[in-house]
Write a protein that binds this ligand. Sequence first.
Ligand SMILES: C[S@@+](CC[C@H](N)C(=O)[O-])C[C@H]1O[C@@H](n2cnc3c(N)ncnc32)[C@H](O)[C@@H]1O
Length: 307
Amino acid sequence: MFNNAKISNKFDQNEKIVLFEGDCLDLLKTIPDESIKLIVTSPPYNLGKEYEKNLEVEEYVKQQEKVITESNRVLSVNGSICWQVGNYVKNGEIVPLDILLYPIFQKLGLKMRNRIIWRFGHGFHCSKRFSGRYETIIWFTKSDNYTFNLDSVRVPQKYPQKKYYKGPKAGKYSCNPLGKNPGDVWEIPNVKSNHVEKTDHPCQFPIALIERLVLSLTNEDDWVLDPFLGTGTTIIAAIRHERRGAGAEVFSKYTDIAKNRIEKTLKGTLKTRPMLKPIYDPNIKQQILYAKEQQEHSKQSSLFGNL
Ligand SMILES: C[S@@+](CC[C@H](N)C(=O)[O-])C[C@H]1O[C@@H](n2cnc3c(N)ncnc32)[C@H](O)[C@@H]1O
């Protein structure tokens, strides 16, 4: 963690933390070419949330194109861009935003490395389609020579102690002792009402989601930028691991929350959900009880159905 780091309101490469209140294009303009190692963000989804105007899709894509083009300019040669998106929904019809935005990244010559599925447990209960329980992170690099620190984000294997039982390697570990590659489907709880990181913002990143990207795609002291910063999660994930963090947010209501969370992070008092904390799994007794109740319920409804 950076001790005594100050929060600057404008970009300067000598700073460690930059929290810009205003339009992200105004912040991007002040950032030199190829100076940022990781750009990670979740832009507005054009759903009419309190912080966004509902635009025609073409207009939304044009606006995103401006931000993505500027982001590409400031991205270092061995850097990465991660755009975290869900669906735009109009009259019940869904449009996956990654499909809509992919051609912009492709046109800029960026190379896609993964389309990560971020799976989570809570959200809106739909009645006319299956409830949405994942979003994606599309990860692009500027070149083939990009930073990727896999060892820093390995996760425990199912059978971590597994060893070869015969042959020349008998007795030796058959798996990587540092853990396995986390894969491209990440199950990380989203920040809903009971989450320890919840603020007044309607859709914040869980810190753990961004920490995995920061650790794998940057090195210490590198710059991490979030053009749509919200509550400051990206900066928090960066400074927790000795990276520099910058971001823009238009609403003072959210920059205030971001500032407060960053200050708490620096003091070591921000409550967070640990990266490797297991997902809550209802215990087997509850599952049996639930199955019995369901059986009883279906028996009764078939009885009453005949009346
Ligand atoms: C999906 S939220 C991001 C939340 C963030 N990932 C977090 O963890 O809190 C998008 C944010 O972008 C902000 N925003 C919208 N347009 C912006 C712009 N042109 N420049 C900067 N911020 C903008 C919104 O106010 C909103 O807080």
